[in-house]
Write a protein that binds this ligand. Structure first.
Ligand code: PGA
Ligand code: ZN
Length: 434
């Protein structure tokens, strides 16, 4: 709904902190009617080479070079004059202006962090102007699917030193009958894992996404730990709780095109990695594997999809980087069957929603995702609900920047009452190809 009242009046941009203590971009947009919207941009650690460019100052006298004053200045000096007076309820037009101002395909002109902050804050302002939640503003319907969470309980790789080679060991409450029951199960298991680690004199410190990061003897030991915790909680693996993995394999891919498992002193080829996932799949209740192979190892991805893709969700994160062109390549090749959606990998809300639509039209599952460097911003929750993605990945059921998302889903579940639907494991099912 377009009206004079929703015209952009003022834009504030500033440097704030993320969960790792690094600076990031916050944007507030004020409309003529007094409504305001705010968004904070997250930041990755195991970033894909094909992601849109996150502009950092590189001035080592501030924040070790990680300052974002350049991105903030781009918003203040270049973006603000271009969008003042524009209709915030016309998101497509705002994002078109942003892309035109940036003028590059990888968003290195103004920085994807500058673009995304403005893009999302605009959407929030427009929703607030209509006095409705963002998910409803983006998609007005009577019932909504709440996302089933993939909760990251054990952190490794680039998110925790001296831990597993693989980055994320997640639990999915597929058998819960509601979101709040699912998150309760996971939070209880989180405490049980802490207890088991203490019993074994292993560290109970946590990694970047709030999951524990013990030094274990092997990668597989992390899987056994999860199964033990599920059983101790009185839950049945697979029926109640399934396992989802994000090994973030690009991080362990070498220039020799092999995968290096330092923890186990092993070097595997792409085909041997596929064998490893097939073996794990036969041993554990694995429902989803994200980035089981590296971002440009397309032929191994096709192999993996042929081997496991009929009944395992295979999610491209670094592979697709929320980019419709890379996604189409995967769809055409038969590489993967799901896409991770991270708005800051691409830079604008319109492109993010476009990637989700392309995926859904082609039978690919969609998973909204946080980054390892996060904040209290919970926009991804609203995007997951608005698009009926049915899945969200937002870390451990602990630490404020992670619980900000879970708590927002709990609030929405409470507000919607019987108009909130929780589908458990259903959104993970693989769509049959015609
Ligand atoms: P990142 O990790 O935010 O550090 O990229 C998250 C992921 O790989 O899914
Ligand atoms: Zn990932």
């Amino acid at each position: 709904m377009s009206s004079r009242k929703s015209l952009v009046d003022r834009v504030w941009a500033r440097e704030v902190l993320d969960s790792r203590g690094n600076p990031t971009v916050e944007v507030e947009i004020g409309l003529l009617d007094g409504a305001r919207g705010r968004a904070i941009v997250p930041s990755g650690a195991s970033t894909g080479a094909h992601e849109a460019v996150e502009l950092r100052d590189g001035d080592i006298s501030r924040y070790g070079g990680k300052g974002v004053l350049g991105a903030v200045a781009n918003i203040q000096n270049k973006i603000t004059p271009a969008i003042q007076g524009c209709d915030a309820s016309n998101q497509v037009e705002i994002d078109r202006i942003l892309l035109e101002l940036d003028g590059t395909t990888n968003k290195s002109g103004l920085g994807a962090n500058a673009l995304l902050g403005v893009s999302l804050a605009t959407a929030w302002a427009a929703a607030n102007s209509e006095n409705i939640p963002l998910y409803r503003y983006l998609n007005d319907q009577s019932t909504y699917v709440l996302p089933t969470p993939m909760c990251n309980l054990l952190n490794g790789g680039a998110h925790a030193t001296n831990s597993t080679d693989f980055q994320e060991f997640m639990l999915v409450p597929v058998g819960a009958s509601s979101f709040h029951q699912g998150i309760q199960w996971i939070a209880e298991i989180y405490q049980i894992i802490k207890h088991i680690l203490s019993e074994r004199n292993l560290a109970t410190t946590v990694g970047d996404e709030g999951g524990f990061a013990p030094t274990l003897e092997s990668n597989q030991a992390a899987m056994d730990l999860l199964i033990e915790a599920i059983l101790r909680a009185g839950k049945k693996p697979e029926r109640d709780i399934s396992i989802a993995l994000d090994p973030a394999a690009t991080e362990i891919f070498s220039p020799e095109e092999t995968y290096k498992l330092s923890r186990e002193n092993k070097v595997l080829t792409g085909a041997e990695m596929v064998d490893l996932w097939a073996e794990w799949k036969s041993l554990y209740p694995i429902i989803s594997i994200e980035d089981g192979l590296a971002e440009d190892d397309w032929s191994s991805w096709v192999l993996l999809t042929e081997r496991l893709g009929a009944d395992t969700q295979l999610v491209g994160d670094d592979l697709f980087v929320t980019n419709q062109e890379r996604l189409m390549r995967g769809i055409n090749l038969g590489a993967g069957n799901a896409i991770l959606i991270k708005p800051n990998q691409i830079g604008t809300l319109t492109e993010t929603l476009g990637a989700i639509k392309t995926a859904q039209q082609n039978g690919f599952n969609t998973v909204l995702s946080h980054r390892s460097g996060e904040t209290e911003d919970h926009t991804i929750v609203h995007l997951a609900i608005a698009t009926s993605s049915g899945q969200i990945k937002t870390g451990a059921p602990a630490r404020g920047e992670r619980t900000a998302k879970y708590n927002e889903i709990l609030r929405i579940e409470d507000t919607l009452g019987k108009n909130a639907v929780y589908l458990g494991g259903e959104p993970f099912q693989i769509k049959k190809k015609d």
